[in-house]
Design a protein around this ligand. Structure first.
Ligand code: BEZ
Length: 231
């Protein structure tokens, strides 16, 4: 188990002294972890991560305001905000830029691209959030967050993560597919196969009983079981 020490802004193994111990080279969050809570200033006022409980949340970092790829991502996300909302999912962006930089950037986006970015963009000038989420290095002073995306469920648990480099923009349809896939497998206790898209057939969980394995009509029938289309 690791503990986060806000005063040194680093992670430590439980029982270690933050003042005398070097942090591990790499400590990251994993699928199934509770998303670390934080409170911060954002473009829509103060936000607290835990206040999003009861809804899905896509929390994502971007390297910097006023950069080309990030601008295309924000325009695309703002256009799809209603699609996320229809799936009971909020969006929250985060970068090390100041709140006033975020304001100037969303104003520019509205004037140039005709779309209002209404989801919160959090400022993280001290890198505390970025480090807690592994969006910036836990061990050095490079402030440029990579394009990390966390899909967090209504219980506050991290259910999926993606990490892209600064020079490759994210696929917004893929983020929506991840969200839709998690929602549908939760609802049906099922599995989503490769390249699954909403309304495509799901797979049933494999048998866990040897009698079922031997009773299956063919060699794959006990583990590769089509469940039909579900939304
Ligand atoms: C971009 O969003 O275009 C970008 C951000 C940081 C480094 C390089 C590109």
């Amino acid at each position: 188990m690791y503990l986060y020490c806000p005063s040194t802004v680093k992670w430590y193994e439980a029982g270690m002294n933050p003042l005398t111990t070097a942090p591990p080279a790499c400590v990251g969050l994993r699928i199934g972890d509770l998303a670390p809570d934080f409170e911060a200033r954002s473009t829509v006022g103060p936000v607290r991560l835990s206040s999003f409980r009861g809804r899905w949340l896509v929390l994502f970092s971007h390297p910097a305001d006023f950069t080309p790829v990030c601008t295309t991502e924000f325009v695309a996300l703002a256009h799809e905000m209603a699609t996320f909302e229809a799936r009971n999912c909020a969006l929250m962006a985060m970068s090390v830029d100041s709140l006033f930089s975020h304001f100037a950037w969303v104003r520019m986006i509205r004037d140039r691209f005709g779309v209002e970015v209404r989801f919160p963009i959090v400022e993280d000038p001290t890198l505390v959030i970025g480090r807690a989420y592994g969006m910036v290095s836990a061990c050095d002073n490079d402030s440029a967050a990579v394009r990390t995306t966390f899909v967090i469920d209504p219980a506050g648990v991290i259910r999926a993560m993606t990490c892209y480099p600064a020079n490759l923009g994210r696929s917004i349809p893929e983020i929506l597919r991840i969200l839709a896939g998690l929602q549908v497998v939760d609802a049906h206790g099922a599995l989503a196969p490769a390249n699954w898209q909403p309304a495509d057939p799901l797979l049933e969980a494999p048998a866990h009983d040897l009698d079922e394995v031997f009773a299956a009509s063919d060699a794959t029938g006990w583990f590769l079981r089509d469940m039909g289309g579900q939304n």
